[in-house]
Structure formats: structure tokens, C-alpha cells
Design a protein around this ligand. Structure first.
Ligand code: F6P
Length: 349
């Protein structure tokens, strides 16, 4: 048996831990060959981007951030005949199956390739935690801890200067990082992509808080949050796109924190600063929860191949490792419910 393994999309803590688990289980215990495919799906669109991974290469990588396989946002579906190219290159490499570690885009490609006849297994990765069918995507827990620690640090300086601080976190379509990082850090207001917030209401809440004795506020905003403002022709949503699209058609986000802090300062009169946590959330060493989860995901991915249960994604339900057909995952997003948001809102102001 020769299995390919690749990491696609944005990186996150824990990728190397999955790679290590797959290589240990597949080579040491099953005596299979593991082929590392470099740079995500690009590694199967170009020659020279695949090589065998032996056991010594994964020694010591459990806690290392990033991915030894590198990553990209290459989408074979964008190139005419792209899926066939992936199939013929996989055949040339002698791959019996491919483990694709990635988020919604990488797993969407995996699902399409399964339909084209490639044996694929998916592993859910994204700090955004927005993949359906699993309670946790690996990388999320570590990212949330980074956000919490950042808010703890920002709190002391915000308090000293009696300021308002806007903390911008990642989260394109789903606000899990903002919700859980914000709640863990004791945010006074949390803004999500799932629900439109109104600038006047945000400012009124901050004013009420400051008038009732508190002299600082922390607002956590997801990069994809929707905030409506009064425009010339009525309410309009803040536009923050810089126009650049990736191969999956996603616009590059980032920037709502700056715009929002300027608007908050203007409408409340309180000095307002912002900090964008950006890729700091994706970097560094995975914490224990993610290292353990990644290890279990890696083992299960190999077990699915042993059982020839292709076209599936490993997942976590409660504390049980399980699996779900990729076709049920592709093209869907797991978002924050209104009920969960309302729990967070009990602590606002
Ligand atoms: O991987 C998901 C994510 O972290 C999103 O939250 C964010 O919008 C995006 O990746 C940023 O991607 P890139 O590093 O390619 O700019």
C-alpha cells in the first residue's frame, strides 16, 4: 500500500502532528509506504512535488507549528482538466489513496476527486472551526488560547489608559474564534459574521458601560463580521474588501478592526485603538488538546484506508473519533447559533 498525504489551505497548529501520526501508524505498524505531496493540491498538479516520507523525518515534529509538507490554496477545479491531471499524477506516483488535511476548500476538492475515482480521506483542519460534521477542527483550540492570552494582555494596557480596544480575530464565515476567544477573555462586546451588528448600538453599549462606572472596553470582532453604519442612502454594511481573490474565490479579509475603531472613537468620543491578531493565531506550537486530537485523527485516517472506507472525513463527536462522508461536508459551513451568541451577550456592557 502506498498512501499520499497533503496539507492544503491556510496552515494551523497541529498539521505536523497529524502527519506524524499517519506516518507512524502507516509505516511502523502497517508497513506501508507514505508519499508526501508538497504544497497542497499543487503537488498533484505539477511534477517533482512528491517524495517518500520515512519515519526519522517525523521524529520531533509533534509540537512543531506549520507543515513540513508546505501548503497552498491551489484549486485543481479551476484548471480545465485539473481533476484528470491529479488522477493521472496520482496513478504515476502509484498512490492507492490520498489523505487530504484541510478546511472547506481542500475537503471540497477531495470530495470532487473521490467522485472522479481517486480514493480520498479527509482530515478537518482550520482555526475557524467551521467544518460541518465534527465538533472540533484541529488548530482551533490553540488559536482560541492565543486569542484569550492576547485579550488578557491587551486588557491591562486598555484599563491603564481608559481606552476602548478593538481586537480583530480571524473567522471568515463563522465567528467561533471571536465567540470562544472573546468569552474566555471576558470581552465587553463580540461581533460575528453570522449576525449584522449596528454601529450605533455598539457605541451606545460602550457609552452606557463607561457612564456606569467602567472606564475601558474591549470589543472582539471577527474579520468577517458585518457591521451596519448610517450611510448617505440609509443603513449600509461596512465594506472592507481589498478586491484580491484566491483560487477558491475568497476575498482577502482583514481591516474591519481599523475601520471600526475609527468609527467607535468618532461616535463615542473615547480614545479607541485596535489590534489585529492576524496570522499570530495560526502560528506556533499546538497545545495539548490539538496534539492529542491530531494524533487520533491521523490514526483514524489510516484505519479508514485499512477498511477501504474511502470518501470519508474523520471527525470528533463528543470524545469519540468517528467519520462522515465527504459529500455531506463539502460546500457547507458550521456557524455560531443565535443561542450561543446570546450566552455571550449576557456578559456584554
Ligand atoms: O484558514 C482560515 C483562515 O485563517 C481565515 O480565517 C482567514 O480569512 C484566512 O485563512 C486567511 O488566509 P491567508 O493566510 O491565505 O491570507
Amino acid at each position: 500500500m502506498n498512501i499520499g498525504i497533503l496539507t492544503g489551505g491556510g496552515d494551523c497548529p497541529g498539521l505536523n502532528a497529524v502527519i506524524r501520526a499517519v506516518v507512524v501508524k502507516a509505516t511502523k505498524h502497517n508497513h506501508w509506504r507514505v508519499t508526501g505531496i508538497l504544497e497542497g493540491w499543487r503537488g498533484l498538479m505539477k511534477d517533482g512535488l512528491a517524495r517518500e516520507i520515512l519515519l526519522p523525518e517525523v521524529s520531533g515534529i509533534l509540537g512543531r507549528g506549520g507543515t513540513i509538507l508546505k501548503t497552498s490554496r491551489t484549486n485543481p477545479g479551476k484548471t480545465p482538466g485539473g481533476y484528470d491531471e491529479v488522477l493521472s499524477r496520482s496513478k504515476k506516483l502509484g498512490l492507492d489513496a490520498v489523505i487530504a488535511i484541510g478546511g472547506e476548500d481542500t475537503l471540497g476538492v477531495a470530495s470532487a476527486l473521490q467522485d472522479h475515482g481517486l480514493n480520498v480521506i479527509g482530515v478537518p483542519k482550520t482555526i475557524d472551526n467551521d467544518i460541518v460534521g465534527t465538533d472540533y477542527c484541529f488548530g482551533f483550540d490553540t488559536a482560541v488560547n492565543t486569542v484569550m492570552e492576547a485579550i488578557d494582555r491587551v486588557r491591562t494596557t486598555t484599563e491603564s489608559h481608559k481606552r476602548v480596544m478593538v481586537v480583530e480575530v480571524m473567522g471568515r464565515h463563522a465567528g467561533w474564534i471571536a465567540l470562544q476567544g472573546g468569552m474566555a477573555g471576558g470581552a465587553d462586546e463580540i461581533l460575528l459574521p453570522e449576525r449584522e451588528s449596528d454601529l450605533n448600538e455598539i457605541c451606545a453599549l460602550i457609552k452606557r458601560r463607561h457612564e456606569s462606572g467602567k472606564d475601558f472596553s474591549i470589543v472582539v470582532v471577527a474579520e468577517g463580521a458585518k457591521v451596519s453604519v448610517d450611510g448617505a442612502s440609509g443603513k449600509q454594511t461596512m465594506i472592507l474588501q481589498d478586491g484580491k481573490l484566491d483560487e477558491f474565490g475568497h476575498v482577502r479579509l482583514g481591516g474591519i478592526g481599523q475601520t471600526l475603531s475609527e468609527q467607535i472613537e468618532k461616535c463615542t468620543g473615547y480614545e479607541t485603538r485596535m489590534v489585529m491578531l492576524g496570522h499570530v493565531q495560526r502560528g506556533g506550537s499546538p497545545l495539548a488538546f490539538d496534539r492529542y486530537l491530531c494524533t487520533r485523527y491521523g490514526i483514524e485516517a489510516v484505519r479508514l484506508i485499512e477498511r477501504k472506507e474511502y470518501g470519508k472525513m474523520v471527525c470528533l463527536r463528543g470524545n469519540q473519533i468517528s467519520s462522515i462522508p465527504l459529500s455531506e461536508v463539502a460546500g457547507r459551513t458550521r456557524t455560531v447559533s443565535e443561542e450561543l451568541f446570546q450566552e455571550a451577550a449576557l456578559f456584554f456592557g
